[in-house]
Design a binder for this molecule. Sequence first.
Ligand code: ATP
Length: 304
Amino acid sequence: MPVIEVSGLHKEYGAVTAVEDVSFIVEEGEIFGILGPNGAGKTTTVECISGLRVGDRGDVRVLGLDPAADGEELHQVVGVQLQEAGLPDRLKVREALELFAAFYRETTDVDALLRRLGLAEKAGTPYKKLSGGQKQRLAIAIALVGNPRVVILDELTTGLDPHARREVWGLVEQIRAERVTVLLVTHFMEEAERLCDRVALIDRGRVVALDTPAGITNRAGGGQRLRFRPSAPVPDEDLRALTSVTSVSRHGALIEIEGGPDVIQEVTSLLAHRQIIAGELRIEQSTLDDAFVFLTTDAQASKS
Ligand code: ATP
């Protein structure tokens, strides 16, 4: 049985359609990412999964439970870390965990959890005095205190420096190692590439791609990008005429060319034929970031 099943979910806020016919399945032990631009409907979708909101149409099941009807049962098996935990400033770390632990029938050992999340030394520190990374680790601890089978993490590493972000990623990998299913909402493509087994890319309330990060990257061209400074002029139209080339742009004296898998070979043979040297040559493989830009609306708008 899939752990999460969303089918034909639809949610409107007045005139705004936030979620339109969203469907996906999350299997046990997966880290499943929900990606998309601001306002795409990611938070609304996870709120419907966690039972904080009820969709207007469609069906949501989490471990066979209906979040809209079986809220109490669901709460016992799903841990939620939402954007901005919003804890009172004076609440101490251990107090916060004990407070949340009281809501669960079965809880994990608070001291062990504090140690695991590197918060043991901060047990008596008020929330206000924690760094951004410590606040995020506390938010994850709160999501884990009820020994959940599913954890929902929303904008987990926003505002964290690269070091703290990597620490938090390590924690998410530990959660997966225990076969807990993770639903991760993120803006960071690098985070999705590093952590997620599969992702749903949502744009304007609709799923525009549903695949592994590598699968989505490939679908959006899977191509390569070259940048170089030519030793002699080479007209854009000659480059565009090559079969694999999809775009040519200029950045000062540098030329940037994007295209399919054969683009490097085609461009280098054209240059060799004309005895042009490609100075400062850089070759990059396209990433999930490129796929995001290619597949979502802002990209379409900026192309036109
Ligand atoms: P972000 O990445 O900015 O957090 P998101 O993908 O999580 O965005 P949602 O927060 O689900 O997107 O919002 C989807 C759309 O619904 C947006 O247009 C948003 O303005 C609108 N919306 C969200 N919550 C409400 C609400 N309570 N009332 C009215 N409109 C809302």
